[in-house]
Design a binder for this molecule. Sequence first.
Ligand code: EPU
Length: 425
Amino acid sequence: MDKIIIEGGVPLSGRVAISGAKNAALPILAATLLAPGVHCLSNVPPLADIRTFKKVLGLMGVQFEDGGHEGPPHRHDALVVDTSRLTGWMAPYEVVKTMRAAVLVLGPLVARMQQASVSLPGGCAIGARPIDQHLKGLEAMGTKITLNQGYVEAKVRRLKGADITLDTPTVTGTENLLMAASLAQGVTRLHNAAQEPEVTDLARFLTAMGARIDGIGSDTLTITGVEALTPAPYRIMPDRIEAGTYLAAAAITKGSVTIAGAPVGALSAVLEKFHEAGVRYKITDDTITLEPAGSLTGVDVKTRPYPGFPTDMQAQFMAVMALARGASVITETIFENRFMHVSELNRLGADITVSGNQAVVRGKKQLLGAPVMATDLRASASLVVAALAAQGTTEVHRVYHLDRGYANLVDKLTGLGARLRRAPA
Ligand code: EPU
């Protein structure tokens, strides 16, 4: 298991290009199951989670032809997905336990194969994360759901449109139901749907394949089922959380960085908070250019479903607040256990106390390098952000978390002048 060794204290400078969004690529890959044929996707990020998801789809008979890493640069992120012949409908425990997003095959499999057998994901490092809303929606569309030895067994003769109100605007739940409803008979109305940009990206891909969806980007999606979908080429949106993480890295090191190919519109809540904290930047439609920050001020943040401040940026923003002037109260409202980075940030010299779902960060003048490790992707990212500003050497262990969600992290940061390397632990 590798670690990343970071010598902190270098202001980042230069330009970094943002990769395709993990959380859009995963549902879009799942959605290819809906339309038999050959799909050409581009801007697919080179991530461990994508490789795992390809394995899951491989178990169902899906074949892949990568753009490869030999061809001209624009082909690097291309992926050809052949879903002509499906031979299976099962997502086993072994993969779902390592990647919860594998539950995204549930909706498409039920729609195309009229059945699915998907391991029920257990709890994970950041919370219990049930999938009751996914199941409730599929049941409303006529699916018979049973639980057998830890597996959700789903069967339906023909999905039927339904009126579904989600108890909570779950992201992957909305995506599963959107995919299922696209091939259902009749109209589905999905109320209290998640409005995350990745849901919108999936809806656009489905539309490109022939799905009929109204209300894209809003909290009410109306889907008129069609008989069949056909493959369509699609470019995956850039990763707003990756962009936000580089924003945090640039801000904490008081760097001057241009973040290129960023989904700027989808980052409004994050940009506003950085601005409130004293970070100055210029934006275009797809770039954010940070000016070297003066001293930063602690600001309060509460995570919310989109368009609110994303839970996936909470840990990285907290790292920045650890070096801001004054105090900051960070409230996590989406996941019940997403403060696992706090004790590790404190090992770097931060002053953070947690009470329930609130963390109080008292800004310090400096952080000091230390060995640290984290239990999830964004927590690991927050430790990298903090380490870039800490004095001395930080070793971030369990790098596989970062490999799941950050494309070429070490190369991208090195390109910005950071001193870091990967080494065997
Ligand atoms: N929830 C339920 N019942 C359900 C579904 C969700 O109670 O049936 C609860 C969850 O327990 C949680 C809240 O609703 O408290 C929100 O969970 P949601 O279902 O929206 O999360 P998710 O779909 O499992 C996606 C992202 C996460 C991101 C969250 C929130 C993907 C593949 N994952 O997860 O991304 O944090 O939405 O925005 O899209 C990450 O990339 O690091 C990551 C964890």
